[in-house]
Design a protein around this ligand. Structure first.
Ligand code: ADP
Ligand code: SF4
Length: 687
């Protein structure tokens, strides 16, 4: 059972007219599901409640078609159909004794309304913040009255849908924050100018929401504790303290965050646990209302410390609740070793960025609760007494082993190296990525306690070894290797001369301890994190680096994980010479030739080596050899030979984990290859 020192986390906390059963609070976070996938989102939120979260909130929820963010699937509360969708969520949340919260959202210049074609409105006529070539209509008094009416009506619909907490969302560069800020609010009426005037609309919305639903619903305000602009670790509180003082006792709860999103939900490469404290620790000194904030908290001791030191009343979480929906239950049951800690990679956020269902590196079951029926903690018992040989202990092999072991199969895990973890172990040693070890550690921790799993290290498997093991099923999780020939996203064919030079290396060579001669080019045609961390590592080794990429920015995919700006800044800060929009054309040992992707104009760069970070080859030789054997000797071959993870198709770590998990779930089940998943869609009910 739980340790007494964690009791404080399980105290009930009153929020206006409602009471949360404990201090675990899933703050509003996107899922890439929104109004588009109502059953998937309801099941996802319900799972958090089952996992012990005392409060479970929606994502940003549009109050009116004038706030439309498609293609990003926000939630909406526009009509009866929406009420019905949300009721599906609140029912599942209530079933487990949790409170359901809804974050009412007015987008202002961040909503482009490409779906509804309504004119977006804001404090002034502002350019669309997402780059769509439209401007907003400057709100006149009638617009303000309309906005207040929409907000009130949405609050009433929220109540009807069963929500317990209704938000006024006054941050994150959406409409209300533009009214608050002196930078954006240049109005000369009673909604602009003085602080009191700029705060007026937020005050009115709080009061009117309370009036409309405050008898049974708590009213929360999401608010930035600081004005921003000071850079990391240098909070500039500015007027926000005064604003908080003016509104301090009005709402029932303060949900506090900060102005810099890339810090608020920064990747672990740059931002560590509890990073908001310096920005918001003053908030509780000016309000008696409960306060919640985030900080990627996964350690119960840090959580207790936050509460005991009077920083917060609730432990707010988005990512830790995604990586482990059962985090509160595990603390409650004293099962701390079972916690699946978030690694801070922000793959979850990429779902929102790409407008696709959320996925998580640590939790392969997220968004699969309804359509695949996956539960993060439960899995069907084994379907036979078959034995399984898993070859390769990277994230795919480890997750397959863990989940097969949980099902009760007899599993043999063979790994050619001395250590488990494959690419995760290697990559975690690169600059800034140490938290990624958690992917390996969680799984090895679980596997080591399973008596039905045998682990064989330093066991490079051949066809003969596989046959000698005599298992019923064989899973090939042998990963992938970085190519040295320059084939990547932009370069479809090998680059002249690369293969013939020993001065050409790959991330695999660097991770194995090899270092290129200085000065070197890091050539990025992969466009995610790897080239930038390799560049950082080489700089740490005193190797001069020129970073060349055909893309227009460093680490372009990092936009999806909210890290691109930080990555590029880091490379600039540490002295990497960055050349964008150029392809590598050839390398002659002393000189590289690069060409502008627009003009073709050629440049020569004198260098001694090149590190290519372009794409990977699946390590599927063993798989193919075993397939051949099975074709020739079907009676003597294992029943099934399956490749998973990077060996099947090189991808992100989340892809490997998912692949291993799916294999384990599907063994000894009947899978209809044409209908692997249920297809969620909106309910048809016109208002
Ligand atoms: P994934 O991301 O798909 O899990 P990784 O590259 O992380 O793939 O892991 C693959 C693992 O497989 C590595 O740890 C590697 O040492 C191991 N491996 C590769 N070939 C063999 C083999 N023939 N026998 C045993 N282990 C192997
Ligand atoms: Fe954490 Fe990464 Fe999972 Fe997001 S995807 S919750 S950052 S482990």
């Amino acid at each position: 059972m739980r340790e007494p020192r964690y009791d404080i986390l399980f105290e009930p906390v009153q929020i206006g007219p409602v009471t949360a059963k404990n201090r675990f609070y899933q703050v509003p976070h996107c899922t890439g599901l929104g109004w588009v996938r109502p059953r998937m989102v309801a099941a996802l939120r319900g799972m958090k409640a089952e996992g012990g979260w005392g409060v479970v909130c929606t994502e940003y929820c549009s109050i009116h078609p004038a706030s439309d963010d498609l293609p990003h699937p926000y939630a909406s509360l526009w009509d009866k159909g929406d009420i019905k969708s949300h009721a599906a969520m609140t029912e599942q949340v209530h079933e487990h004794g949790a409170l359901a919260g809804v974050e009412l959202w007015a987008g202002g210049s961040r909503s482009s309304n490409l779906f509804t074609h309504e004119t977006a409105i804001d404090v002034d006529s502002r350019p669309n913040a997402t780059g769509v070539p439209y401007q907003t209509r400057a709100m006149d008094k009638a617009d303000i009255r309309e906005l207040r009416r929409w907000h009130k009506n949405a609050a009433l619909r929220a109540k009807e849908a069963g929500f317990d907490i209704v938000y006024v969302y006054a941050t994150h560069d959406y409409l209300l924050s533009h009214f608050l800020s002196a930078k954006t609010n240049a109005r000369t009426d009673e909604y602009g100018g003085s602080l009191e005037n700029r705060v007026r609309l937020v005050r009115e919305l709080i009061e009117e929401t309370k009036e409309a639903v405050g008898d049974s619903c708590a009213v929360a305000v999401r608010f930035s504790a600081e004005q921003g602009g000071g850079g990391d670790g240098n909070p500039v509180i500015g007027e926000h303290r005064e604003m908080l003082e003016m509104l301090a006792e009005l709402p029932d709860l303060w949900d506090i965050n900060i102005s810099d999103y890339s810090l608020e939900m920064g990747v672990s490469r740059f931002v560590k646990e509890g990073s908001l404290e310096a920005y918001m620790s003053y908030v509780k000194t000016i309000t008696s209302k409960p306060v919640v904030t985030v900080g990627r908290f996964t350690s119960p001791d840090s959580m207790v410390s936050q509460v005991k030191r009077g920083i917060v009343d609730f432990i707010g979480a988005a990512r830790p609740s995604i990586a482990d929906p059962f985090l509160p239950k595990k603390i409650e049951q004293g099962r701390l070793d079972d916690i699946r800690e978030c690694i801070g990679c922000n793959i979850c956020y990429a779902g929102d960025s790409k407008s696709t269902p959320i996925r998580c590196t640590q939790n392969p079951t997220i968004s699969e609760e309804w359509r695949r029926g996956w539960h993060p903690e439960k899995i069907d018992k084994k379907g036979s007494d078959s034995s399984v040989l898993v070859i390769g202990a990277g994230p795919a092999g480890l997750e397959a082993t863990r989940a097969l072991g949980q099902r009760g199969y007899h599993v043999l895990l063979a790994e050619s190296e001395r250590e488990l973890g494959g690419r995760v172990t290697r990559e975690s040693r690169l600059p800034g990525l140490s938290e990624w070890f958690r992917v390996r550690n969680h799984r090895t921790q679980q596997i080591h306690s399973m008596t039905n799993v045998e682990i064989y290290l330093e066991s490079p498997m051949t066809v003969d070894d596989v046959l000698a093991a005599e298992t019923d099923h064989v899973v090939i999780a042998t990963g992938a290797s970085w190519r040295a020939d320059g084939v990547g996203l932009y370069n479809e064919t090998p680059i002249a001369g690369l293969d013939s030079h020993d001065q050409v290396s790959t991330p695999d060579d660097i991770m194995s301890g090899g270092l290129p001669k200085s000065p070197t080019i890091v050539y990025d045609d992969d466009h995610y994190y790897m080239a930038s961390v390799i560049a950082e590592k080489l700089i740490m080794e005193n190797i001069a680096v020129t970073f060349v990429t055909p893309n227009s920015v460093v680490s372009a995919w990092g936009v999806m994980t909210a890290e691109q700006v930080r990555v590029q800044k880091r490379l600039i800060d540490i002295g990497v010479n960055i050349i964008t929009n150029h392809r590598l054309s050839s390398f002659e040992g002393q000189r590289a030739v690069i060409n502008c992707v627009y003009s073709g104009k050629e440049q020569n760069i004198d260098i001694k080596s090149i590190v290519t970070v372009t794409s990977r080859h699946p390590n599927d030789t063993l798989f193919r050899e075993l397939q051949n054997y099975k074709n020739e000797q079907p009676d003597f071959a294992p029943k099934s030979i399956t490749r998973i993870g990077d060996c099947e198709a090189p991808a992100i770590i989340a892809g490997a984990v998912f692949s291993g998990h799916r294999y384990a779930r599907e063994l000894d089940t009947v899978v209809n290859p044409d209908a692997r998943i249920k297809y969620d869609r909106v309910f048809f009910e016109d208002s």
